[in-house]
Design a protein around this ligand. Structure first.
Ligand code: FAD
Length: 380
């Protein structure tokens, strides 16, 4: 397998890094502290073509692969995870529409995401349905030419800012096969009965909106069903196989940030009459971080490369997801340790890296769930 990036891919990577370096550092600490974000930066990223590159040209995108989307994500997260996430997850859900939406739905909902006119989200998790999504109880009940949605969803990225959400609903509660009970619907958030409460006090990625959302008799046209009735679980798994690659890119990006900050710090600071970089204990940490980053990146590159070639390997994607998440957290821990007490205060970027990194082991499948997927594929 040849993972040498093409000239176009290297150019995308470079442009993404330059954009992030130009826009993020000045505001990153403020947005982390205030849990806010300047949406002008997202609009600018859309204008420059960084958002939704995987969306087909027919719907305004660049028609690139998911690999390129990951390259951009990695660069954004290598500069700042919170702001990077706020920009890059504005299309979280377009992947699902790209595969399963009708032509009419694609024409309506995809172009505004690329043009910086709309934000999307995907609402699956509920207070009592996390790792086991089949427990989701938000209902969609048919009423003439409409569906009526009732229930609530937890931890929804972009919940208070999204123009529309893909909502995972229970449509056939009595089906003996729990994998055939749910369906996806597009719900515009300006419909009566939709409510979102922003969640405050997150550990990390605080510039990115996360909300608890409520559906109180929200009526949508029956034509807002995505894909086929009862296929929601199957569609969700296909969606996750793409978006989990994206999480790997986030993990590698933040691990790189941890390494960069560490190298800078230990070369600059001296103790016992010598730079921290001269102590073997720190050198070993740098060696471990560099190696883990390389290994995680190779895993996700392979998984993304195969996916774009139509040969998606879900066990490989799951391996890449848990491994990259784990090394991100490990690298952040090493980085903070090498910063000593300075790493413990938020004047130093490494504190934010330490807090931001943890999410990659949790969302879109915890590391335990990913390991189960890997194990199952070997034990089958
Ligand atoms: C910042 C943030 C953003 C998010 N964005 C979204 C979003 O946009 N849309 C959305 O739908 N969701 C979103 N989520 C939710 C996220 O996907 C869930 O938190 C995650 O899937 C885990 O579910 P849970 O929190 O209910 O944990 P639980 O499922 O309760 O798991 C708790 C712990 O138990 C472990 N566990 C559970 N079951 C098993 C098992 N069978 N074997 C071994 N261990 C197990 C888990 O691995 C975990 O360690 C977001 C979460 C956060 C924090």
């Amino acid at each position: 397998m040849d993972f040498e990036l093409t000239k176009e891919q290297k150019d995308i990577q470079k442009a993404a890094r330059e954009f992030a370096l130009g826009e993020f550092p000045e505001k990153a600490q403020e947005f982390d502290r205030t849990e806010t974000f300047d949406r002008g930066i997202w609009k600018k990223a859309c204008e420059l073509g960084f958002v939704g590159v995987f969306i087909d040209e027919a719907y305004g995108g660049a028609g690139m692969g998911f690999f390129e989307h990951c390259l951009i994500t990695e660069e954004f997260w290598a500069v700042d995870a919170g702001m990077g996430n706020a920009v890059i997850t504005a299309t979280f859900g377009a992947e699902l529409l790209r595969i399963f939406a009708s032509e009419e739905q694609k024409k309506k909902y995809l172009p505004p995401l690329v043009e910086g006119k709309a934000v999307i989200g995907t609402a699956i998790t509920e207070p009592d349905a996390g790792s086991d999504v089949t427990l989701a109880t938000t209902t969609a009940v048919k009423d003439g030419n409409e569906y009526v949605i009732n229930g609530s969803k937890m931890f929804i990225t972009n919940g208070t800012i999204a123009n529309y959400l893909n909502v995972f609903c229970l449509t056939d509660p009595d089906n003996p096969d729990r994998h055939r009970r749910h369906s996806f619907f597009i719900v515009e958030t300006d419909r009566p009965g939709y409510e979102a409460n922003k969640l405050h006090g997150k550990l990390g990625i605080r510039a990115n909106d996360t909300a608890e959302v409520f559906f109180n008799n929200v009526r949508i046209p029956a034509s807002n069903l995505v894909g086929r009735l009862g296929d929601g679980f199957k569609e969700l798994m296909a969606f996750f196989n793409l978006t989990r690659l994206h999480i790997c890119a986030m993990a590698v990006g933040i691990a790189r940030a941890a390494l960069e900050e560490s190298v800078k710090h230990i070369k600059k600071r001296s103790q016992f009459g010598a730079p921290l970089a001269s102590f073997q204990v720190n050198q070993f940490k740098i060696a471990e971080m560099a190696t883990m980053i390389r290994a995680a990146r190779n895993l996700y590159y392979e998984a993304a490369w195969l996916t774009d070639k139509g040969k998606m390997d879900h066990a490989l994607t799951a391996m890449a997801k848990w491994f990259s998440g784990q090394i991100a957290v490990k690298c952040a821990d090493h980085a903070l340790q090498m910063h000593g007490g300075y790493g413990y205060i938020d004047e130093y970027k490494v504190q934010r890296i330490y807090r931001d990194a943890k999410i990659v082991e949790i969302y879109e499948g915890t590391k335990e769930i990913e390991k189960q997927i890997v194990a199952k594929s070997y034990l089958r």
